[in-house]
Write a protein that binds this ligand. Structure first.
Ligand SMILES: [Zn+2]
Length: 172
């Protein structure tokens, strides 16, 4: 099934839907086609260009961006298999705020760590140690999540996916 990338009115990537669903949005004036796949979708009476990227006519506020699967492999990929405390090869996952101290199992509280740092830190908070994080753990961007999920990025999506990244213009 062909999928279409849905952009917010501000051109930020929002979600992925089947192309037919994207076409319905376009036909109902809820969205405009930005890119097409070059193929057509046929209905009983007409043919339509199959959308690859559509942009919503109205801005949709996303209060809580959908969380993508947080797993060991994805955390290692995000942190480049490097211990975020000392730079050694990471073999384990550490909760920055330990679960026993109320820390969440979330992208912002989980880092790749080597066994030694993990054992040194134990159930202490960062300020109770002399350890420092190389960088604050973040939820991967829309683009990064695609790569982490090993999903192929369809032709024509990349420039739009990159718009959601930090530091890239958010309006066209
Ligand atoms: Zn380490």
């Amino acid at each position: 099934m062909t999928r279409a990338l849905v952009l917010n009115a501000t051109y930020e990537p929002l979600c992925v839907v089947p192309s037919r669903r994207a076409l319905v949005l376009v036909l109902n004036d809820k969205a405009e086609t930005v890119e097409t796949t070059g193929r057509v979708i046929r209905s009983e009476r007409a043919e339509f260009a199959e959308p690859s990227v559509v942009r919503l006519a109205r801005f949709v506020r996303v209060p809580h961006p959908r969380r993508r699967a947080l797993n060991r492999r994805a955390v290692f990929l995000r942190d480049d298999h490097t211990c975020q405390y000392c730079g050694a090869v990471a073999e384990s996952i550490d909760h920055v705020v330990p679960k026993s101290r109320g820390g969440e199992h979330s992208w912002e509280n989980v880092v790749a760590a080597c066994t030694r740092c993990n054992a040194t830190k134990r159930d202490r908070l960062l300020h109770e140690t002399n350890m420092r994080l190389a960088r604050p753990p973040r939820t991967p961007t829309f683009m990064a999540r695609f790569v982490l999920a090993d999903r192929r990025v369809p032709d024509g999506w990349a420039p739009w996916l990159l718009r959601g990244q930090d530091g890239v213009a958010r309006s066209a």
